[in-house]
Design a protein. Sequence first.
Length: 166
Amino acid sequence: MKMLMDNAFAAYAWQNDQRIARLTGQPFSERYRSGVLGSGGLFDSAPATLGLVAVALNAPGQELAALKTLQHARYVDGRDITSLAAVAAILSGMGLQDAAARVAAPDAGLLTAYRNRTQSARAESTRFDAQGVPALIVGNAAARRLLRAGTLPGDFNTLINELQAA
């Protein structure tokens, strides 16, 4: 999703971020609030998503670490990660030069993988009637279901029970 952030959206996002922080412990810094939300810049997850797809193609075992690093860069360090150059720099700083190079100059293979991943995610969200994020679809190919969104940031034991039931 790509949109220009205005003051109303920034206030709405910060309110949601504070709720997430209370539920999960995920930090959202003042640098993020002023430097990202208060900048009037873009709200665009496409470059970060493209970066994660590049990591999945080039260093699949590092995808979760890359996600955490990108989130930290945005939500704690207050960095704007809405450009390919910024995402490439972050990946390069992690030692993921091949993925960084592909993000800096996306090739046909990367763009196809990106489109496939985002189309699949949209289709699954529609199929399971996921209402926003976070959403988690659990189970195996024969029996999959949408985990209730309230379970994700809630009590850890409840989450474990839900996952085991799936």
